[in-house]
Unconditional design. Structure first.
Length: 253
């Protein structure tokens, strides 16, 4: 117990030092928060009232944003699901496959979507397609890691039962592990879908199309009342996806 308390005090000391160092690096000053009220004044003066007259023109951009996020996440799930079996210790088969695939997923996950987007906008040109590929590649890395961890944490009992009746290793893994992890896979998928909606918004700033590109143009032209409508549409889209994901997970579980 004394050893545990010593470790706790050590961790707290390290955390305090790192917090103090981070505040110095970022010029963090509590006194600056006094200016936070200016943000509300700025929003009230510039962003309100919202320009609801642009709502019909926003239907197509918001649908493009939804399509970009969906395709980038859905195709990533299709690729990441089988790939994650080769990135999990209990299903990789050989250590080489495990470390190679883990390294590959780490590379994809470490590169932000905006970097992929900048590359593919040059390669493919402006439009939503580069945004889809950027989200797709990054999500393969993220979903591959998350699903592989679910596979490693799966109960081994069903796997042993499948192998005892003559099932092959791959077939046993498929029918014993996937049913266990599927609800959590859907949970991760819909969360990444929500993130992809916000990411596609940022990718629109570099020519990825969708409502993000429209928002960037209106913000640069100081049309803040139109930006208000676009931000509210993004919020509504994320909430709808979250509610739909909760409905699907409830039906599956």
């Amino acid at each position: 117990m004394v050893w545990f308390r010593k470790r706790v005090w050590l961790y707290l000391a390290v955390l305090a030092v790192f917090t103090w160092w981070s505040m110095g690096q970022t010029d963090f000053d509590w006194n600056n928060l006094k200016e936070f009220s200016n943000a509300f004044a700025f929003i009230q003066d510039r962003f309100l009232p919202a320009e609801w007259g642009i709502l019909p023109d926003m239907i197509e951009p918001i649908l493009v944003t939804l399509a970009v996020a969906f395709l980038g996440t859905f195709f990533a799930l299709i690729i990441a699901l089988p790939l994650s079996f080769t990135a999990a210790k209990n299903t990789a088969g050989h250590g080489v496959f495990y470390y190679v695939n883990r390294f590959f997923l780490s590379i994809l996950r470490s590169i932000p979507e905006i970097v992929f987007g900048l590359i593919f906008v040059v390669v493919f040109g402006l439009g939503p397609f580069p945004a889809v590929i950027a989200i797709l590649l990054h999500n393969i890395g993220v979903l591959g890691k998350l699903i592989s961890e679910l596979i490693e944490a799966a109960d081994e009992g069903p796997q042993e039962a499948m192998q005892s009746v003559g099932a092959t290793r791959r077939l046993g893994n498929l029918f014993s592990i996937v049913p266990q992890i599927w609800p959590n896979v859907l949970s991760h998928y819909f969360y990444r879908f929500e993130v992809a909606i916000r990411t596609s918004l940022i990718l629109g700033f570099i020519g990825g199309g969708g409502i993000g590109q429209q928002l960037f143009n209106d913000f640069n032209s100081f049309n803040y009342s139109a930006v208000t409508v676009q931000v509210l549409l993004i919020m509504a889209l994320v909430i709808i996806v979250d509610l739909f994901g909760a409905f699907v997970r409830k039906r599956v579980i």
